[in-house]
Design a protein around this ligand. Structure first.
Ligand code: G1P
Length: 287
């Protein structure tokens, strides 16, 4: 079965970026000049996803506006003959089909995914977490879909991280079966360093089967008092084979300020229109 649908949870409060996120969604904060969410939606589109379901909450309306047509702006750009900008703006609203579902209460990532149950139906689907932005030649999800095509069972993105940071992640236990592929035997959400089964952290890209929905409905609150996706996956693991895929590419944790800054600097340095001047500026910086 083809992976056509993706779920993108975007209902979080974004408290780590206050005050910037007091009245705007963190997903709309720009890396250089593009909102973070657009990087991820572009990855979905380039990976062959046809329909994205964004799980939103209060105060997230600007996400819908961003991916909608903007008649006034488009009219204005057309009148002024700014054809490049017009093309850029038009390409955003025609990129991919998007549906929106409200998560009424912040009950955790597992609960957010569950909110998409009626729209996903009985098909395998992808999950993208917007705090992880992966810069790679072949989109991260496209790499994972290859593993899905081969095994037709759930695949989650993993990355080796420094053990000092392991408690910020879901962590897998498993055996390597192929280059970059691990057969998962267990997983745990945000373990203490001494309890972590490996240094392979779960990164925010998943391919899941629809059986996860019934499981999440019965999953009790876990770490942080929230319904955790990792706890649901752990139950799914009892009835389905499960793979961890160590993707190619640079991952930025843009949910943290330092990760956000690193992504901003590196994306700016890669830009044709800014890179050279910005590199010069950084080289001569003396503070
Ligand atoms: C979520 C998941 C965690 C995963 C992480 C990746 O945690 O629950 O398993 O490792 O995303 O970014 P969060 O960062 O939302 O606390």
């Amino acid at each position: 079965m083809k992976i056509k649908t993706a779920v993108f949870p975007a209902a979080g409060l974004g408290t780590r970026f206050l005050p910037a996120t007091k009245s705007q969604p963190k997903e709309m904060l720009p890396l250089v000049d593009k909102p973070m969410i657009q990087y991820v939606i572009e990855e979905a589109q380039k990976s062959g996803i046809e329909h994205v379901i964004i799980i939103t909450g209060r105060g997230k309306n600007s996400i819908e506006d961003h991916f909608d047509m903007s008649f006034e702006l488009e009219h204005n750009l057309r009148e002024k003959g700014k054809s490049e900008l017009l093309e850029l703006v038009e390409s955003i609203s025609s990129m991919i089909t998007i549906s929106y579902v409200r998560q009424k209460e912040a009950l955790g990532l597992g609960h957010a995914i569950l909110c998409a149950k009626h729209l996903v139906g009985n098909e395998p689907f992808a999950v993208f977490l917007g705090d992880d932005i992966v810069d790679s030649e072949e989109p991260c999800m496209a790499q994972m879909i290859k593993a899905w095509d081969k095994y037709q069972c759930p695949v989650i993105a993993v990355e080796k991280v420094d053990m000092a940071n392991i408690s910020s992640y879901g962590v897998i236990a498993g055996d390597q079966t192929e280059d970059r592929l691990y057969k998962i035997s267990d997983m745990v959400e945000k373990p203490k360093v001494e309890d972590a089964p490996s240094d392979l952290a779960i990164i925010g890209r998943y391919i899941l089967t629809p059986e996860i929905f019934d499981i999440l409905e019965k999953t009790q609150k876990g770490a942080g008092g929230e319904i955790q996706l990792t706890d649901g996956l752990r139950t799914l693991l009892k009835s389905q084979d499960f793979y961890g895929y160590q993707f190619h590419g640079n991952r930025y944790d843009t949910g943290s300020k330092i990760g956000f800054l690193k992504a901003t600097v590196e994306f700016a340095l890669k830009r044709e229109d800014l890179g050279a001047e910005f590199r010069d500026y950084l080289k001569n910086l003396d503070i």
